[in-house]
Design a protein around this ligand. Structure first.
Ligand SMILES: Nc1ncnc2c1ncn2[C@@H]1O[C@H](COP(=O)(O)OP(=O)(O)OP(=O)(O)O)[C@@H](O)[C@H]1O
Ligand SMILES: [Mg+2]
Length: 240
């Protein structure tokens, strides 16, 4: 019998409000409930301002909900201190952002080695691991380049190598192709798909485009801070 996939992410009645001027609050997420199991590739889609990044920041333990419970690997993240949250992020999650977030004054190899700083690995071991990841994204010849000397697609591949270096089971990608032209964007999406299929890495990807969401196997659609669709990728986006 096939082993049931482990639940990696579970959001239970998550609400999120931000303070606004003159003492009020703006509620951005309303009773969000979903689970993500090991090996899934999920797209979170919705219009600008619908709450996608707010939701992703909670999933990535970068922010905490106003109410509700968020469990990562069965552990209630809302109870952890900020130091403990940093460890959870570093050990379990690879992040990929729209603007790549590379250190512009550090070369490609240094950028990929960065998340391994806190792992108690020797320098030689960190270098070996970072080179292996650069090879995986096809950039082994560019390790001494600075990010400014690379194309957007190459920068995103460096960011993916950096995300992979820590050997995460989960990758969170917020508009990973948002700053790329469609050819480079497709290349990155195919690469994420391959990581999911070949290595079984769970991926949660934010996008506001249906054509990008189609690379995933499941779509969660958010509108005005509420989930209005959660299921297989529909044939078209007419009903979203
Ligand atoms: N730190 C914050 N403080 C106050 N309001 C915030 C904060 N972060 C987000 N918001 C508000 O929450 C709402 C949702 O923002 P969010 O960034 O989650 O949207 P999004 O779906 O990711 O949009 P986009 O597609 O434009 O990236 C917006 O109205 C935004 O102004
Ligand atoms: Mg956003």
């Amino acid at each position: 019998m096939k082993k049931a996939a482990e639940t990696i992410i579970e959001l239970k009645n998550i609400n999120k409000s931000f303070p606004v001027e003159v003492g009020g609050f703006q509620q951005v997420l309303f009773d969000i409930n979903f689970k993500v199991k090991s090996g899934e590739f999920v797209a979170i889609m919705g219009p600008s301002g619908s709450g996608k990044s707010t939701c992703m920041n909670i999933i990535g333990a970068l922010d905490t909900p106003t109410s509700g419970i968020y469990e990562l690997y069965g552990q209630d993240v809302t109870e952890l201190s900020s130091d403990e949250l940093a460890i959870v992020r570093n050990e379990h999650i690879g992040f990929v952002f729209q603007q790549f977030n590379l250190l512009s004054k550090r070369n490609v190899l240094d950028n990929v080695m960065l998340p391994l700083m806190y792992r108690g690995m020797s320098m030689a071991e960190r270098e070996r691991r970072a080179r292996e990841m650069l090879k995986r994204v096809g950039l082994e010849k560019f390790e001494t380049y600075l990010p400014t000397q690379l194309s957007g697609g190459m920068k995103q591949r460096v960011a993916i190598a950096r995300a992979l270096a820590g050997d995460p089971k989960l990758i969170l990608a917020d508009e990973p192709t948002g700053a790329l032209d469609s050819k480079m964007g497709n290349e990155i999406l195919k690469f994420l798909k391959k990581l999911n299929k070949d290595l079984g890495i769970t991926i949660v990807m934010i996008t506001h485009e249906f054509d990008i969401a189609k690379y995933a196997d499941r779509l969660i659609h958010i509108r005005d801070g509420k989930i209005n669709y959660d299921g297989k990728i529909p044939r078209n986006d007419d009903k979203l």
